[in-house]
Ligand binder design. Structure first.
Ligand SMILES: Nc1ncnc2c1ncn2[C@@H]1O[C@H](COP(=O)(O)OP(=O)(O)OP(=O)(O)O)[C@@H](O)[C@H]1O
Length: 206
């Protein structure tokens, strides 16, 4: 499968382009890293590619077709603020099972304690809730995962272990990954290619 961003542009207010003319292609089985200074527009670009927001210009295509608005989204986005990615009025079990119910082996490899499933999101730490979001995103129907500073709030050991699980699953299922991080070491280690945001975008915002 192929996920393409074609000529994407985001205008944040009148004539103020955060970026324009962004082209990016991600193939199944590949891992692309995206780096750039804070505030340059990486997360905004990810939201467009994940279909969470409409671009001001350009289009996002999955195998040449526009993204479907209904049903399970084959492009999953895990971003740095898990508390903003869940419904605070749903128990954790309902949050995870929106897409599927991971087995004990996966929960264990993501360091998720089964007892957390009976809690409310506010009863988990940010790092614990993030692991729940990762488990939710790893539904078997997910074809592309966009990981925007996905493990930033975790300690180094947990971070390494979570990445191992995610990379094993991605490889097993031939998923494509777009990884946004300020951690150049991580990007160099796990990505087939690392792209600098400024090399793929034009901007009029300072
Ligand atoms: N809807 C909006 N209205 C106004 N400004 C916005 C809007 N969305 C994003 N911005 C601004 O766009 C810029 C880019 O934000 P974004 O979160 O995409 O950056 P980033 O590269 O992911 O940064 P970081 O590395 O710090 O996460 C920021 O200056 C932000 O304040």
């Amino acid at each position: 499968m192929k996920l393409e961003a074609r000529g994407l542009g985001k205008c944040i207010n009148k004539n103020n382009w955060l970026f324009q003319h962004v082209d990016l292609t991600l193939h199944s089985g590949k891992i692309i890293g995206l780096q750039g200074p804070s505030g340059c527009g990486k997360s905004s670009l990810c939201r467009l590619i994940a279909g969470m927001e409409a671009p001001t210009q350009g289009s996002v295509l999955l195998d040449g077709r526009p993204l479907q608005k209904r049903g399970y989204q084959p492009i999953q986005f895990v971003f740095q603020h898990p508390e903003r990615a869940v419904n605070p009025r749903w128990r954790v079990r309902s949050i995870v099972s929106e897409g599927w119910m991971p087995d004990d082996e996966l929960l264990e490899s993501l360091h998720i304690d089964r007892s957390w499933l009976d809690r409310w999101p506010s009863e988990l730490s940010g790092g614990q809730l993030q692991r729940i979001c990762i488990a939710r995103a790893l539904c078997p129907q997910t074809k592309f995962l966009i990981a925007d500073e996905m493990t930033t709030m975790l300690d180094a050991i947990t971070q390494a272990s979570i990445w191992k699980t995610v990379l094993d699953i991605a490889s097993e299922r031939h998923m494509g990954l777009l990884v946004v991080s300020h951690d150049r070491h991580l990007l160099n280690r796990i990505c087939n290619q690392v792209i600098d945001f400024h090399s793929i975008s034009h901007t009029s915002v300072s």
